[in-house]
Design a protein around this ligand. Structure first.
Ligand code: SF4
Ligand code: SF4
Length: 255
């Protein structure tokens, strides 16, 4: 029998969580640049919250105009509308790239931007998801520790390794797009608010990337998604972003 200190989980591969934004490590984002429309998602985390320390470790800290300190995680993201499935999800709900799927998909349901002791929240069954959390499923979390830490540790290691690059990018944005501080202050008022910046700004800031190759891959992905979201009123903002980002990638691919 399971106890309150043990949590059970089994993925039955229903594919229900393979919709909408997919946070990626930088390495995975670059590796899958020919698949996913990419953007950088900035999520502010208030000082004093349980996720503040881990967010500061992987992201940045800054002061808002009102002098309040926040941490911000900057996450390369497969920027898909919530109603859109991952392009690698088959009609049968299977992952077409199982062997090379991103670390984020492997670590599910655990989330590296939360302390290990707070991961039980990730094991709460979400509406519409078919995960097996019954006592017949394997024990995956015990005494506030993840039982098999392999994927969680790999993802965290990747986030630690990329942290200096994400900080370099944050410095660039704070210098050339200082309005982002106001945007972060505004979204702090909203629960779960985020600010989005483009991959083109990332490629411009981080000179060590192969800009031409990335831009060529993303041009075709953004163009495809601009077409897919055209004439869907609820996705007009996504369509506007994909169209604008495709133009930016066209420019970067040609320089
Ligand atoms: S890569 Fe595979 S597991 Fe990950 S979201 Fe896409 S279909 Fe799902
Ligand atoms: S919703 Fe749960 S069961 Fe379905 S694919 Fe995602 S983790 Fe697996």
């Amino acid at each position: 029998m399971g106890t309150k200190t043990e949590r059970h989980f089994n993925c039955i591969a229903c594919g229900k969580c393979c919709f909408g934004w997919l946070p990626l490590t930088l390495k995975d984002a670059l590796h899958h640049a020919g698949r996913f429309p990419l953007a950088i998602v900035w999520t502010p985390v208030p000082y004093g919250s349980r996720a503040f320390a881990v967010s500061a470790r992987f992201g940045i800290t800054l002061r808002l105009r009102n002098r309040k300190q926040i941490a911000v995680i900057l996450v390369p993201t497969a920027y898909l509308p919530p109603s859109f499935s991952c392009p690698e999800l088959t009609a049968e709900g299977q992952c077409r790239i199982h062997e090379q799927k991103p670390l984020r998909c492997r670590t599910m349901p655990f989330y590296p931007y939360r302390e290990e002791q707070d991961q039980s929240e990730q094991l709460v069954l979400r509406k519409g998801w078919a995960c097996d959390t019954s006592t017949s499923a394997p024990i995956v979390y015990r005494n506030k520790s993840i039982v098999d830490r392999t994927d969680f540790d790999h993802e965290r290691q990747a986030l630690l390794e990329q942290a200096p690059i994400m900080r370099l990018y944050a410095e660039y944005v704070l210098k050339y797009m200082p309005w982002i501080v106001d945007s972060l202050g505004t979204v702090m008022q909203q629960s779960g608010g985020t600010v989005i910046t483009s991959l083109s700004s990332f490629v411009t800031a981080i000179r060590s990337l192969d800009a031409k190759s990335l831009a060529t891959q993303q041009l075709s992905v953004f163009t495809e998604y601009a077409t897919k979201t055209a004439d869907i009123p609820a996705l007009i903002e996504y369509q506007r972003q994909y169209t604008g980002w495709a133009k930016e990638m066209e420019y970067l691919a040609s320089t």
